[in-house]
Design a binder for this molecule. Structure first.
Ligand code: 13P
Length: 253
């Protein structure tokens, strides 16, 4: 059995004060929900404040990016050991980073390996554009993202990685994939691609989230699917009640 994991990707939202207020508004209730791994991913400037608030709770903290080099002249970047000072998780290869900041399967690969070297749990995003979806290329795209992104990843560490399937056409659009469609992508392409790299047993252990317009009122549809092990939530993670409703849904057996 894979424990479901729900992560809130706050993207470029919330000042430190706003981040504190959001955590105050939901942490007590979040802690009461059992059977789900819970993760908050605020922007970098809020990590220190949020990590202090989460001390002693079962709520994990994640960054939204990292650089693969250890240190040096990389203006504006954040090194893996700096992320690991506060975080247990790190989102890698989000489609917004691929689309706007030049992230490629190659840089995703370097970041995954750097994260694992620092005992961070990577949450690796894959997913197709609307054009690719309509052209029937979903399988080809996610298989490529996985085979290149996870190349040379230590199989002994692979079981701990989280994959987030986020069809780009469903992100921030209110137009979520159907639960059945997302489940089929996981069953037909993503888990088999992971099995090709790491073997069937490890592939079965890897948790795969769905992301893209997940809300309190559609979460059950995803969590009821056998292959979907939780969600990576954008917009609905910015409001306490909305995020709590999704985590609640993931805790239902
Ligand atoms: P939305 O939930 O806002 O569609 O965003 C999904 C996402 O990109 C999470 O990483």
């Amino acid at each position: 059995m894979r424990t479901p994991i729900v992560a809130g990707n706050w993207k470029m939202n919330k000042t430190v004060e706003e981040a504190r207020a959001l955590v105050f508004a939901m942490s007590l209730k979040l802690r009461e929900i059992e059977g789900v791994e819970k993760v908050l991913c605020p922007p970098f400037p809020a990590l220190l404040a949020v990590s202090a608030l989460l001390q002693g709770t079962d709520i994990g903290l994640g960054a939204q990016n990292l650089h693969w080099e250890e240190k040096g002249a990389f203006t504006g970047e954040v090194a893996p050991n700096m992320v690991a000072e506060f975080c247990q998780y790190v989102i890698i290869g989000h489609s917004e980073r691929r689309a706007y900041f030049g992230e490629t399967d190659g840089t995703v690969n370097k970041k995954i390996r750097a994260a694992l070297a620092h005992d961070l749990i990577p949450i690796v995003c894959v997913g197709e554009t609307e054009t690719e979806y309509e052209a029937g290329q979903t399988g080809e795209v996610v298989r490529r993202q996985i085979s290149l992104g996870f190349a040379d990843v230590d199989p002994a560490k692979a079981a701990g990685i989280i994959v987030a399937y986020e069809p780009i056409w469903a992100i921030g659009t209110g137009k979520a994939s159907s639960g059945e469609n997302a489940n089929a992508v996981l069953a037909d392409y993503i888990r088999p691609a992971l099995a090709d790299l790491f073997g069937a047993e490890t592939a079965q252990a890897i948790r795969i989230q769905y992301g893209g317009s997940v809300k309190g009122d559609n979460a059950d549809e995803f969590f009821g699917q056998p292959e979907i092990d939780g969600a990576l939530v954008g917009g609905a993670s910015l409001k306490a009640d909305d995020f709590l409703a999704i985590v609640q849904a993931a805790s239902r057996p």
